[in-house]
Design a protein around this ligand. Structure first.
Ligand code: PRE
Length: 309
């Protein structure tokens, strides 16, 4: 067989495979039509934990040279296409001036055809999600020295309040303008355990409670803070706020949170669950070719107002 006729034969096989993949996409969408009807009355359609589980499962069974990041990208597009088929789906993203780094992160995760609206302030993103003008919001990953930490605007016990649902990028840095930049996604939906989770909680105090004391109380209750930060509210009644990211799934009703509340007693005004995320894929899972960003949030320096763990 000549090279050209061999190529012809292989291309016929590729065409047959493309047809089979296409048929399966059509069948998958028919099933999603059932999901769409089940969710008809649901205000929020996105199920971030289910999305992560789909990708964890496929990556675990993957083999052969097809790159895992591209495999994830294909499924992200399938899932995002499905979401907009279930109901209107849009993204509010924080864009600081000309720097569209978070836009790129949002586009990589939610696809190039999902409507994305820019907001020049983190508050604008949160309000857009709260008013249901956007389905999800993309915000910078909190750091120790945020001048205006957005997580404090999420302190609400309201059932429909926006919560943290995902961390981006989910499958390692792509070719976006942000390089190793990371973000959190918010939406008024509650994540459920996937087996690979982190959650964020916030606390409010009017007492002399310090962040190291708060972090120590978490550890005494068998919780593992991987990031903590604090904020002194400038507006009356001037509470001091703490945020902590915890390793593993901890639900809002987890008895360990109750233990923290009991131990700190009156010095803790309230302890709130801010949501969580299925942990993004690490470089070892995705294969070589790029250097992984730190998967835990930046560790706080050992200084006043910060505790390391
Ligand atoms: O399983 C669901 O709830 C779906 O809506 C289907 C699906 C998918 O495409 O598999 C789409 C969107 C959700 O966020 C999760 C999964």
């Amino acid at each position: 067989m000549t090279g050209e006729s061999a190529l012809e034969t292989v291309r016929k096989d590729i065409d047959a495979i493309d047809t089979a993949i296409h048929d399966l996409i059509i069948r998958r969408t028919q099933l999603v039509e059932q999901v769409r009807r089940i969710k008809e009355e649901w205000a929020v359609k996105i199920q971030p934990s289910r999305e992560a589980e789909i990708i964890y499962r496929l990556l675990a069974r993957h083999n052969g040279p097809f790159p895992k990041r591209e495999l994830v990208a294909i499924w992200r597009l399938l899932i995002t296409a499905t979401l907009s088929f279930e109901g209107p789906f849009s993204v509010a993203v924080y864009v600081a001036g000309d720097d569209a780094a978070y836009w790129d992160l949002a586009r990589d995760h939610f696809g190039q055809f999902t409507p994305i609206a820019r907001h020049g302030t983190v508050r604008g993103v949160i309000e857009a999600v709260r008013r249901q003008e956007a389905s999800v919001g993309v915000l910078p990953l909190p750091t120790q020295d945020d001048a205006d930490p957005w997580w404090r605007h999420l302190l609400s016990s309201h059932a429909d309040a926006p919560r943290i649902i995902a961390r981006l990028p989910f499958a390692g840095p792509a070719n976006g303008r942000g390089g190793a930049l990371e973000a959190l996604v918010i939406c008024p939906v509650i994540v459920v355990p996937t087996g690979r989770d982190r959650v964020l909680i916030a606390a409010e105090t009017y007492a002399d409670l310090t962040l190291p004391q708060f972090a120590a109380a978490l550890r005494r209750a068998d919780l593992t803070p991987s990031f903590t930060a604090s904020w002194q509210e400038t507006e009356p009644p001037h509470p001091r706020l703490f945020v902590a990211e915890l390793d593993g799934f901890v639900s809002a009703g987890d008895e360990r949170l109750q233990q923290v509340q009991d131990r700190l007693g009156k010095s803790l005004n309230r302890l709130l669950w801010l949501g969580g995320y299925a942990t993004p894929l690490g470089s070892e899972e995705l294969g070589a070719g790029w250097s992984a960003p730190t998967v835990a949030m930046p560790r706080p320096p050992r200084s006043e107002g910060a505790s390391s763990s």
